[in-house]
Design a protein around this ligand. Structure first.
Ligand SMILES: [Mn+2]
Length: 330
């Protein structure tokens, strides 16, 4: 949930409904990248990094409020993504902005309930186009380390410059026990928030290959907070979610097919051709029948999209929703 976008009017009621449907609330997300209605201070020039203490204090307080809301819903993590940065050289003092951010995050971290995590998201550019305070995984990791053991880096697939080796970032964060969460989407150019797997399915598989290895070999990492963070502005949102889940399950199943022992041996022998054969052999396997069978066995639809399209309720929902809504993805 993003607060205040998704702030429920009745916490008890929404919690009860979620419990009845076996739905749990994972990380809650704060929002200091937009000015809030009736807020005294503006985030135009940053929030947790702002040169003004009054602005920083307001942004810190918002995060504490979000923790309280999440606590009522059974959430166990707070994700912070900042738009803070600068659009022109000289606008910001890089060191001051970073230190302010660290100090603000420490204040938020101190207010975390004992069994909570703080997830620090990064992004290279946009909405600021010259510098972003938390620009990459290195900055995020430094801030997380500066907070403590319950703070981790969060990887959003779309928050990288083109051709960045995301699977390597995932691997090294796991090695250091600092991978806390994941946002799924896909992109051609920037933070495009397209459906995960729609543009670069092989890259998604390579990321899952590292995740499978890390989940096996790096138990120092927490259970990851997973989120589908895409913008479905020209699709039915539920259909987009189904396509996302399909892509994730497929990449995960293919990664599980990689013979890790065989790969380790080929790597030790520097048999480059064999290494590629092992990975691509898994990737080229059609796992769809396997996933369909797994769905059937767990009481789900073999092909959820087809099942959904045949449902009366879908047509009802489309009628109620009216024309396409435009969503903002972060
Ligand atoms: Mn995100």
């Amino acid at each position: 949930m993003h607060i205040p976008w998704d702030t429920p009017s009745d916490y008890a009621a929404i919690k009860e409904k979620a419990d009845a449907l076996d739905i749990k609330f994972d990380a809650v997300n704060s929002n200091t990248f937009q000015d809030q209605v009736n807020a005294k201070e503006s985030y135009k020039f940053g929030s947790l990094s702002n040169t003004s203490k009054a602005v920083r204090d307001q942004a810190i307080q918002h995060n504490l409020d979000v923790i309280n809301i999440g606590d009522k819903l059974g959430s166990k993590a707070l994700t912070v993504w900042l738009a803070d940065g600068s659009s022109f050289p000289g606008q910001n003092n890089f060191q001051t902005a970073f230190q302010n951010t660290q100090d603000s995050l420490i204040d938020i971290y101190k207010a975390l309930p004992e069994n909570w995590k703080l997830l620090v998201e990064y992004k290279p550019y946009e909405p600021n186009f010259y510098s972003t305070v938390i620009q990459d995984w290195g900055a995020s990791l430094m801030l997380a380390n500066g907070c403590g053991d319950k703070a981790y880096t969060l990887v959003d697939l779309g928050h990288h410059l083109p051709n960045t080796n995301i699977e390597q970032i995932v691997a090294i964060l796991q090695l250091k026990g600092k991978l806390g969460g994941f946002h799924f989407n896909d992109s051609k150019y920037g933070d495009d928030d397209l459906t995960v797997g729609s543009i670069k399915p092989y890259a998604l598989f390579l990321i899952f290959n590292e995740l499978v290895y890390g989940m096996e070999n790096n138990p120092q990492n927490p259970d990851l907070a997973w989120m589908i963070d895409a913008s479905h502005n020209i699709k039915d949102p539920l259909e987009d979610l189904m396509q996302s889940l399909e892509a994730i399950q497929e990449a995960y199943a293919k990664a599980l097919l990689v013979d890790q022992n065989e790969l380790r041996t080929a790597q030790a022998d520097n048999d480059v051709v064999k290494c590629q054969e092992i990975l691509q052999g898994a990737y080229r396997t059609d796992v769809r029948p396997l996933i369909e069978k797994a769905r059937l066995q767990s009481g789900g639809a073999i092909r959820p999209l087809d099942a959904y399209r045949n449902l009366e309720i879908r047509n009802q929902l489309i009628k109620e929703r009216g024309k396409n809504t435009v969503a903002t993805g972060l």
